[in-house]
Design a protein around this ligand. Sequence first.
Ligand code: NAD
Length: 243
Amino acid sequence: SQDLKGKTVVVTAAAQGIGRASVLAFAAAGANVIATDINEAALAELSGTPRLVTRRLDVLDDAAVKAAFAEIGRVDVLFNCAGFVHGGSVLDMKQGDLDFAIDLNVKAMVRTIRAVLPGMLEREDGAIINMSSVASSQKGVPNRFVYGLTKAAVIGLTKAVAADYVAKGIRCNAICPGTVESPSLEGRMRAQGDYETARAAFIARQPMGRLGKAEEIADLAVYLAGATYTTGQAYNIDGGWSI
Ligand code: NAD
């Protein structure tokens, strides 16, 4: 595994799912980890993990993001993991869904990137990892209009940042998972009414015949933190969904 000893890693949406698995993986790789989320009760379950501290951070709050990163200081690796899944087509979309998703899935990443980049540029070293999805410009997925739109924007912003700073020691990559076991996925399956049928349908769209594990995605995040010859890429990690 990667040796991230001495690196400071900040992860958003770290209280559960892929973010939570990632902060544990980063800490196991030797990094000093700052696990952030709005769910302080779930964050508290991480306390006691070596080299890991937690802090409340709402990535929708511009002032809070600025203040948090000013206080944190040096950040070597930023993993923007926060995101929300809206179901439905363009016609199903409810008032406010698009604005909310653009704010959380896209603009929040712009906020955190603007907060960490000046310091990274001073040191000419930094890795930014953005959470996209296979449901994006990688693949059109039914009933994921708002989500796919915003996750495609994540790939666009990732490539734009990578292009601007490729010669300045900054790398910026995106992770595009398929269907991954997580608390919010469980919630989406339960919300469909017939849990077993919903679960079978999610598994059926994964050619490997199973859902991904958050730990499998976390491994890729740790890899990208230390992968010094890759930037501007969108990494599908999807059990073969996009073959
Ligand atoms: P999840 O959806 O279960 O958890 C999301 C976390 O985000 C929660 O802890 C929540 O408190 C936090 N959060 C919500 N609003 C926030 C805010 N304003 N500020 C800070 N934190 C906030 O976790 P997941 O399913 O692992 O998803 C994590 C990311 O991975 C998302 O961006 C999601 O779109 C992406 N993703 C997930 C899957 C999947 O199948 N699970 C697939 C592809 C991409």
